[in-house]
Design a protein around this ligand. Structure first.
Ligand code: CA
Ligand code: CA
Ligand code: CA
Length: 422
């Protein structure tokens, strides 16, 4: 599929999702004040864990036509973004309420599945779909970073510059005020890690987290001018600063497992609402830093002191096994899409409701049905003594170290948890 898919369902919510994530401001938690929830202590406890974590992520979406005209649901509206797969995580789509019409990629390389459901909603009608994924999250390591060992700007490969330094909204690289601000912060510095450190330090010192939730993401010149931005607003400003210096950078969105969190967020004058059960949506930046490669940089969810700028890399949300990376945003102008979709819903009196839920299950529950029983043991038994090249290899049975080998340690973990239910 080469057709551009705009992931409008996500875009309709991304400002809600991302602004409801955790911030560095420490304030009392209230249901009204979703943006100021501190990281729970369980994050620390799991931080150095060596085993896989297993989650079920479930979403329900309902489209409701309260207007007087027909709502023609586009392929974009029927499309869902699938979570990414990489060395940190494996995510499978396990259940979907409707047949998959097609699977493809958007312009940023994110996998998209299009669900085959009702195309036309008459006034008064509604339609819902649901999807669930299993996510296996592995221990994550950030390399030891050292400014003296950082590569120089000239060490950045040209092909990455061509792809991830483009001047295209929301990354307003040609904006004079942004260019001046970036130059004032990093000057003639040429070590990539040092430039990044200076940008982080400046953003932390100068950009406030908003006291009221933003209904749309901000363009970087707005964040710079208002000196205010939530997680993805700050990340967009940072990525634009990076691009001014020719450092490849883009935005990544993901969800975080928050065991005690519940919220029901309504926005766009009640045209969209999102119920969040144990899940928070969050955004951060990725930047390419030679010789280490791509690193996540977080501005608002940092489990460490904000006096140390490199904690934005070492201790951001993406370093947690509780975080599942969702999608990359490099070419998509999701700021514009957010405004357009809001106008579309409001002008037509269309409404969108969604519920997202994240549930953690036991290590031994390899098939994620919230019970450890013979089914799990048999999955491991079938893959016993296998390695990734073998025909009976099954990654979901590779519960713990040594990874890449299903052995007696994987079996014994499941055996120890036998009989556990949620
Ligand atoms: Ca936001
Ligand atoms: Ca099970
Ligand atoms: Ca293993």
């Amino acid at each position: 599929m080469t057709k551009r898919l705009k992931k409008v369902v996500l875009l309709a919510f991304i400002s809600v999702f991302l602004s409801s994530a955790i911030t560095r401001m420490v304030e009392p938690v209230t249901t009204e004040n979703l943006i100021t929830i501190p990281a729970p202590p369980s994050f620390q406890q799991h931080y150095r864990d060596t085993s896989n974590m297993r989650f079920v992520i479930r979403s329900n979406v309902t489209f409701e036509n309260r207007g007087t005209g027909t709502w023609d649901l586009t392929e974009e509206e029927r499309g869902i973004s699938l979570f990414m797969n990489n060395t940190w995580q494996t995510v499978f789509l396990i259940d979907h309420s409707h047949r998959l019409e097609s699977i493809g990629e958007d312009d940023d390389g994110n996998s998209i599945a299009v669900l085959d459901f009702q195309r036309h909603l008459q006034p008064g009608e509604s339609v819902s779909y649901s999807v669930s994924c299993n996510a296996f999250s592995k221990p994550r390591m950030i390399p030891d970073l050292n400014e003296n060992e950082s590569g120089q700007l000239e060490d950045i490969p040209e092909n990455l510059r061509e792809e991830f330094c483009i001047s295209q909204p929301p990354f307003l690289v040609e904006d004079e005020e942004i260019r001046e601000a970036a130059r004032a912060i990093a000057g003639n510095e040429t070590r990539v890690l040092t430039i990044i450190k200076e940008f982080v330090k400046w953003i932390w010192e100068n950009i406030q987290y908003p006291s009221q939730r933003h209904e749309h993401p901000y363009y970087p010149n707005e964040t710079l001018k208002k000196k205010e931005g939530d997680c993805d607003d700050q990340a967009i400003l940072f990525a634009t600063f990076c691009r001014v210096y020719g450092i490849p950078s883009f935005i990544q969105a993901g969800c975080i497992y928050l065991p005690d969190f519940y919220a029901n967020v309504t926005t766009w004058e009640d045209h969209i609402s999102n119920e969040l059960r144990r899940i928070g949506w969050h955004g951060w930046a990725m930047a390419y830093v030679p010789p280490w490669g791509w690193l996540p940089i977080d501005f608002t969810f940092v489990m460490g002191s904000f006096a140390v700028p490199l904690n934005a890399i070492y201790h951001g949300a993406a370093t947690l096994q509780e975080t599942i990376q969702y999608m990359n945003i490099n070419k998509e102008n999701y700021v514009a899409s957010s405004h357009m979709y809001r106008d579309f819903l409001q002008q037509n009196d269309f409404h969108l409701y969604s519920m997202d839920e994240m549930t953690m299950t036991f290590l031994g529950d390899v098939n994620c049905d919230f019970i450890v029983n013979m089914l799990d043991i048999s999955v491991i038994a079938k893959a016993f003594e296998s390695e990734p090249a073998d025909s009976n290899w099954n990654e979901i049975a590779d519960i713990t170290e040594p990874y890449g080998k299903i052995n007696i340690i994987d079996v014994s973990i499941a055996a120890t948890e036998f009989g556990k239910t949620l």
